[in-house]
Design a protein around this ligand. Structure first.
Ligand code: F6R
Length: 619
């Protein structure tokens, strides 16, 4: 949570630092929007501005109060942890008589004892945050150290927990110093200027050249140089890379919300994730593989770990991988995984799925799995993030930057990557013949066009959503791969429209949930292909009849040509004919559009729903 940006440019003071910080904050706002703030080093000393609420509040403040020209600066957009979303708790936090400014992402777990220690030496605090404690610690270390870098190195040895920290000091107008532990920080390389950010979107409007920062490293950027050291003060050579998307991808492109744009991006996201996966010999390849083929052949269990929407992608993976590879697959919420003492051996393959690659619960689960001797394969959308760096193998989804807090295109790309993984394992272990794999890949390559057809039918879904803006509860039913789709449909509606929504396995209905059905209760039903397993389709048709007989209003997602649903559906949303296992790629799309349209009809902020942040970087 929280977005961080840092900048150093020309020694001649100007408006560029503030411009870069504001542009960075605009692009980082999805990481947290409880407050925002900036601090800039100017010839008159350090100046800062910060405001509770969305970035627009800070921008109004900056319009009213022109900050003087500067050389370097830091900016922050907050998702509150310690202390409510107030002006006082907004970052930057100042120390050393207002000459030092600090911003932070993460949680300092030992801040109470540090605060007590500082208070005893006479320090007065102006906020309830853990960050302000670090600002004062850093100021005290700066008194004793040769420079801000050494002061930062000394300070982080006192901290427990997760943090990315950026600091500037009025005495060092040409530098920004940063540090990270269990929280992300990347470096952006410009010409005569350099950048720091929580992720590359912080500086993507300025440069696509970037460097990764490792755990417990400290970075100092000046206009012309980047120095990274480890916790012992030894120089480190960071890994350099070029970001494979540009600033234009992360703008709304004519849509009224990022989420709507990202729903429309989905055919491309799936196509890009499939791109270039087969080598010259037609065999599938992953992006980074540090697990031997012998070890992969010996895998006797897969555990998928992920949170939220990414975990539902994992549920889809379970059906596909078990069917194709005959390996048992468990799916576990990452935050539960570590605490139940899971049975892991060197034959267990743990698959960590994450859009951001920075979800703390998933990172901790990855570490736990590796400590127990399991191999970890990451399915991640964000290059240079922590999860792929700490995993044994990586399969990147190529969904491009996802800005809306609610995940859409990353979900479809994750499901696609799971299918690729299933086919890769089937190829390696000989579960499928090469021609079968080619046939499955051809089916996958046909999916972007099918997804496009569902997106093109959005107006029907939107009209129904608008008519339902006063509903108080909506239920979702699915079987087989339709079950995780039902769960995802319910999650989207909860997080965007603040409506009670629940997804059920349709077979579970008679074991309790059917008691919820009363006259007019809206129930979405995801109907499997009638051309797949007969029993599956017939059972879902029975479930629709059961809820309808009790007064439910049925909203049915069914394949083109499936006439069996017609007598029992109040509304039918059609999806193209698709092999059963691949159907989630199309059946979830109407549910995404529905949630977005209903939230819009209620006048809610679709891209930034209340209480949420894009990356959950705290446990
Ligand atoms: C819901 C949503 C979240 C994320 C979850 C995991 O729309 O976006 O449930 O899926 O927080 O995030 P990542 O994939 O970044 O690990």
């Amino acid at each position: 949570m929280c977005g961080i940006v840092g900048y150093v440019g020309s020694a001649t003071p100007g408006q560029r630092p503030l411009e870069v910080l504001v542009e960075g904050l605009r692009r980082l706002e999805y990481r947290g929007y409880d407050s925002a703030g900036v601090a800039v080093v100017t010839p008159e000393g350090l100046v800062s501005a910060k405001k509770a609420g969305k970035l627009s509040n800070l921008l109004e403040e900056l319009d009213a109060r022109h900050l003087p020209a500067g050389t370097a600066g830091i900016g922050h957009t907050r998702w509150a942890t310690h202390g409510g979303p107030t002006d006082a708790n907004a970052h930057p936090h100042l120390a050393d008589g207002g000459r030092l400014a600090l911003i932070h992402n993460g949680i300092i777990e030992n801040f109470h004892s540090l605060k007590r220690e500082l208070a005893e030496t006479g320090v007065t605090f102006h906020s309830e945050t853990d960050t302000e404690v670090v600002a004062h610690l850093l100021a005290r270390a700066y008194d004793d150290a040769e420079n801000l870098t050494e002061a930062m190195r000394a300070t982080v040895t006192r901290l427990e927990g997760a943090f990315t920290l950026l600091a500037i000091h009025a005495d060092q107008p040409g530098e920004v110093v940063g540090a990270r532990r269990n929280s992300p920080l990347v470096i952006g390389l410009g010409v005569g200027e350099n950048f720091l950010g929580s992720d590359v979107s912080a500086f993507i409007a300025q440069t696509r050249e970037a460097m990764e920062m490792g755990q417990d490293q400290i970075v100092t950027i000046t206009a012309s140089e980047v120095h990274v050291i480890d916790a012992d003060g030894h120089a480190v050579e960071p890994k350099r890379y070029t970001v494979d998307w540009d600033a234009a991808v992360a703008v709304k492109g004519g849509f009224s919300t990022f989420m709507d744009k990202e729903i429309h991006d989905q055919p491309q996201a799936v196509a890009d994730t499939l791109l270039g996966r087969a080598g010259e010999d037609g065999r599938l390849e992953l992006d980074e593989m540090r697990i031997s083929e012998a070890v992969l052949r010996s895998v006797d269990k897969i555990i998928v770990i992920a949170c939220g929407t990414a975990a539902y992608a994992g549920h889809v993976a379970k059906y596909a991988i078990e069917h194709w590879c005959r390996i048992p697959v468990e799916v576990e919420l990452a935050h539960e995984f570590r605490y139940r003492d899971p049975v892991l051996t060197e034959k267990t393959l743990v698959v960590a799925i994450s859009q951001s690659g920075e979800t703390m619960d998933t990172i901790m689960a990855v570490r736990h799995a590796r400590e127990q001797g399991a191999k970890v394969l990451a399915i991640v959308n964000t290059h240079g993030s922590t999860i792929p760096r700490e995993s044994d193998a990586v399969l990147y989804t190529h969904a491009g930057p996802e800005v809306a807090v609610a995940s859409t295109k990353a979900f479809l790309a994750q499901i696609t990557a799971c299918y690729l993984l299933g086919l890769y394992l089937a190829q390696l272990r000989g579960n499928k013949f090469p021609d079968e794999i080619r046939e499955d890949l051809a089916q996958l390559h046909a999916m972007p066009e099918k997804i496009q057809r569902v997106v093109d039918n959005e107006e029907q879904v939107r009209a129904v959503a608008r008519s339902m803006k006063d509903e108080r509860t909506v239920l979702f039913l699915g079987r087989h791969v339709g079950f995780p789709v039902a769960l995802e449909g319910a999650l989207k509606l909860k997080e965007l429209a603040y409506i009670h929504a629940e997804g059920f396995a349709a077979g579970e209905l008679k074991h309790g949930p059917i008691a919820l059905i009363e006259e007019g209760q809206p129930v979405f039903v995801i109907v499997p292909s009638p051309r797949g397993r007969d029993a599956l389709h017939a059972k879902v048709i029975s479930n629709i009849q059961e809820v309808r007989a009790r007064g439910a209003r049925t909203l049915v997602i069914a394949e083109d040509g499936d006439d069996a649903v017609v007598p029992f559906a109040d509304e039918i949303f059609r999806i193209p004919q698709t092999p059963t296992l691949l159907a989630p790629l199309v059946s979830v799309v109407p549910l995404q559009i529905f949630a977005s349209a209903l939230a819009t009809a209620k006048g809610l902020d679709v891209d930034q729903p209340r209480n949420l942040a894009k990356s959950v970087t705290v446990e």
